[in-house]
Write a protein of this length. Structure first.
Length: 126
């Protein structure tokens, strides 16, 4: 009887160790992914603030708020391409960081006017 319980104890201990390792790995991966997304958003805001300061943001009309992944069409550009990654929507009061994905201009980040204004004030710019 002692032998059988020792085997079961080792089996359960092994299962618990595997469970702890897999849950720990999952938590670490989620935190790293989250930290990377936050860092990318902050870097994008920095870049967008430079465009705002240089007055190189393109304006686009939209009645509905923009979301990540939305496709943007802009007129008045040669070959339909933008020379900037910054787009401003006056109606929705949003700044968009855009990039070409699969040949289409797509929203990669959305920032409010307050976020951009705060970023400019951090850099000592107005």
């Amino acid at each position: 009887m002692k032998f059988a319980s020792n085997v079961l104890l080792r089996l359960f201990l092994g299962v618990n160790v595997c469970t702890v390792l897999s849950v720990s790995a999952s938590v670490i991966q989620n935190r790293v992914t989250s930290d990377n997304a936050i860092a990318a958003r902050a870097k994008g805001l920095e870049n967008l603030a430079k465009h705002v300061k240089a007055d190189t943001c393109w304006k686009v009309k939209a009645s509905a708020p923009w979301k990540l992944g939305d496709f943007v069409t802009v007129g008045g550009t040669e070959y339909g391409r933008l020379p900037s990654t910054c787009v401003y929507s006056p109606q929705t009061q949003q700044f968009l960081q855009v990039s070409y994905l699969d040949g289409e201009l797509q929203v990669t980040q959305v920032y409010s006017r307050k976020e951009v204004r705060n970023q400019l004030s951090i850099k000592g710019e107005k």
